[in-house]
Ligand binder design. Structure first.
Ligand SMILES: [Fe+2]
Length: 150
């Protein structure tokens, strides 16, 4: 059970890191009328993800495993794809980031469920807190789309 939790945490770490980098890329390259609002919002979000990367890695260590920490490992572990285009229009950026958050939240949820089943309340709590933050960030991203009702 513990090994399966660690495996999921490794994926959570890789996906949080990938999402963080994707948001940072959007922060740097966003253009258009919403530049300032999006630039600032992306910054707020990637900073939180940066903190979560550390929290997840240190949880893996607390469970007596070693934390992955290279781009190669992260690429293998993450279901979230890196944004490889030079740049994207603002709405496409938002949609891509929403797709990433969806995967991230889904897999954090798997960890929470398994942790709950195995009585690891600390991991479960950690996942629930992170999911809550990501869902709030998703709402903010959706609200920045130029066409509403998605
Ligand atoms: Fe910046």
């Amino acid at each position: 059970m513990k090994d399966s939790i660690i495996k999921l945490l490794e994926q959570n770490l890789a996906e949080t890191y990938t999402q963080e980098l994707n948001i940072q890329k959007c922060h740097w390259n966003v253009e258009g009328a919403r530049f300032h609002a999006l630039h600032v919002m992306f910054e707020g979000q990637y900073k939180v993800l940066f903190e979560y990367v550390d929290v997840l890695a240190e949880r893996i260590r607390a469970l007596e495993a070693y934390a992955p920490g290279s781009f190669d490992e992260f690429t293998k572990l993450s279901d979230i794809q890196q944004i490889k285009e030079k740049t994207l229009d603002a709405d496409t950026m938002i949609h891509r980031l929403l797709d990433g958050y969806k995967i991230l939240v889904q897999n954090l949820g798997k960890t929470a469920e398994l942790a709950s089943k195995s009585g690891d309340r600390e991991t479960e709590d950690m996942m629930v807190g992170q999911i809550e933050t990501h869902q709030k960030n998703m709402w903010m991203l959706r609200s920045m789309l130029s066409t509403k009702g998605h």
